[in-house]
Design a protein around this ligand. Structure first.
Ligand SMILES: Nc1ncnc2c1ncn2[C@@H]1O[C@H](COP(=O)(O)OP(=O)(O)O)[C@@H](O)[C@H]1O
Ligand SMILES: [Mg+2]
Length: 141
């Protein structure tokens, strides 16, 4: 099954709506709760990052019998130093963004913790591609 969503940069009132939709879909598919919880947390962080740091983005969700694969592709400034960005507490979020409760610098490390595979590629000045994979146990479906 494949699903596709769009996200608008700067639209904080809708930050997290894709993660909520995917949560519902996974529940309807009877995906094991600990698995869906992890991937939804990781997706939420990736979605918020597009809203907070990029101009626009697309989220593609692909579910098969073995795994959930989510690819988040955005147009934006990109991440010049991914290793640095992964550090807990590192954030370039503006004071306004922090005032709204975002920008603690924990998103990428949270994504790492809550996914089986996290791949980030980025082209500074163009955008970022984040791939999240969560494997389903054979007895979980
Ligand atoms: N999609 C993205 N586009 C551009 N920069 C990003 C993106 N995602 C993360 N970053 C950069 O990595 C930093 C760390 O991200 P994260 O751990 O989620 O913390 P936070 O979002 O709270 O700043 C961000 O502050 C930003 O500089
Ligand atoms: Mg973040």
């Amino acid at each position: 099954m494949q699903y596709k969503f769009k996200i608008a940069g700067g639209d904080f009132s809708n930050a997290g709506t894709v993660a909520s939709s995917v949560k519902k879909i996974l529940r309807q598919l009877n995906i094991d709760h600990p698995v869906s919880k992890r991937i939804v947390i990781a997706l939420y962080e990736a979605e918020v990052n597009v809203v907070a740091h990029a101009h626009s983005g697309i989220i593609e969700v692909d579910i098969d019998n073995e795994k959930i694969r989510i690819v988040i592709t955005d147009q934006g400034p990109g991440i010049p130093d991914i290793e640095k960005a992964m550090e807990e507490g590192f954030s370039t979020a503006s004071p306004q963004v922090r005032e709204m409760g975002f920008g603690a610098g924990m998103g990428l490390s949270n994504m790492k913790k809550n996914s089986d595979i996290l791949n980030i590629t980025s082209e500074p000045g163009k955008g970022t591609v984040v791939e999240l994979i969560e494997f389903l146990k054979s007895d979980a479906r």
